[in-house]
Design a protein around this ligand. Structure first.
Ligand code: SF4
Ligand code: SF4
Ligand code: SF4
Length: 351
């Protein structure tokens, strides 16, 4: 099927600031405990934070195809096996806790067939790239991007995957889904999982029951780094509009995939590189610009220049709207219109 528009009246969007992420995975656990604890979802991480440069989750996350060519033709994709996602490991609990052995038994993880794990979610955490002392990495948060040209929607022959008219959220109707996995093959970010026990595809739901109650998504509200902003893209007074449209410092991930994602990233700045004689190289960042362009598109150079200029302005004691937004001293400002405290929702508790 050729690329086709999937218009919505408004578009919900998010910005993640890669310069503030701690890699703490609080967002990951916030989502996991809220949505993916049921049967068949053990290996599902609707939100995950991987170290880049790295192989990602699933392994080699951006090499499984999907998305569109520049002409709008679909690119065939594959569906990574559960082994590539990283299955939930087992541990020798019985050996450790259930015997009277004198020697301590280490709690080594193991695959379900008993073999030592060769891969897992976030396997290469904190490894990164570059050569010491010019090594570097950044944390990349990944969830469903609620794309404006969602290849997953267009790939589903049963119209089980759909984009909501009112806010552009992409959801899967579990009643209609027959488990063909065409959606998962088509998603270039590989953000759709398969529940073998229920024979359905599942993915991030943008916490829509929370949004409908005015509460921000769990992964956003619980982020201690104040990394994540949410709002409608067309709210000219909101953080998202200002970061994406006005300041142009928030960029789509892998825009070459052709699906027009609605999660944007503040690209990573980097310390100066060291020269061989140990002095700073004033001209060089440790993260190669070619790599940043591959990840965030051609606008990344200007975005980084803007961030640096505004940072210097703020450091000199001058007012910078951009730095004020990125710092967000009042954390509720990150939440756009979704500032309701879930603790206040007594009749319909939202986790
Ligand atoms: Fe679909 Fe993938 Fe885009 Fe989400 S990120 S809307 S699953 S194509
Ligand atoms: Fe999970 Fe909600 Fe965040 Fe999606 S928006 S990753 S469902 S916590
Ligand atoms: Fe932690 Fe926030 Fe980064 Fe998630 S996005 S790993 S919660 S700092």
């Amino acid at each position: 099927m050729a690329k086709k528009a999937a218009p919505s009246k408004r578009q919900l969007a998010m910005v993640f600031d890669l310069n503030k992420c701690l890699g703490c995975q609080t967002c990951t656990l916030a989502c996991k405990t809220a949505w993916t604890t049921r049967a068949g979802m053990e290996h599902q991480w609707w939100n995950i934070v991987n170290t880049f440069p790295g192989r990602g989750t699933p392994r080699d996350v951006f090499s499984h195809g999907g998305g569109y060519t520049k002409k709008g033709e679909p690119i065939p994709g594959d569906f990574p096996s559960k082994r590539l996602w990283g299955e939930a490991w087992d541990f020798d609990y019985e050996g450790v806790f259930g015997s009277n052995r004198d020697e301590p038994i280490p709690l080594h993880p193991r695959e379900h067939d008993g073999a030592a794990p060769q891969w897992g979610p976030n396997w290469d955490e904190d490894m990164g790239g570059g050569e010491y002392p010019n090594s570097y990495f950044f944390y990349l948060q990944q969830i469903c991007m609620n794309c404006s040209e969602p290849a997953c929607v267009e790939a589903c022959p049963r119209e089980s995957v759909y984009k909501r008219e009112e806010d552009g959220i992409v959801l899967i109707d579990e009643e209609r889904c027959h488990g063909y996995r065409f959606c998962a093959e088509a998603c270039p970010y590989k953000r759709i999982y398969f529940n073998e026990q229920r024979n359905i595809a599942q993915k991030c739901i943008s916490c829509f029951p929370r949004l409908e109650a005015g509460v921000a998504p769990a992964c956003i509200r619980q982020c201690p780094g104040r990394v994540r902003h949410i709002d409608y893209l067309d709210n000219a007074d909101g953080h998202i509009y200002k970061l994406v449209k006005k300041w142009k410092v928030a960029l789509p991930l892998r825009p070459d995939f052709g699906v027009e994602p609605n999660v944007y990233y503040i690209p990573p700045t980097s310390p100066l590189a060291f020269k061989e004689n140990g002095e700073f190289d004033d001209t060089g960042s440790r993260i190669p610009m070619d790599y940043l362009k591959e990840m965030f598109g051609p606008g990344v150079e200007q975005a980084l220049a803007t961030l640096e200029a505004e940072r210097e302005k703020a450091a000199a004691g001058k007012k910078s709207e951009l730095m004020d937004i990125l710092i967000s001293r009042n954390w509720n400002d990150l939440l756009g219109p979704f500032t309701v405290d879930p603790a206040q929702l007594q009749r319909q508790p939202v986790r």
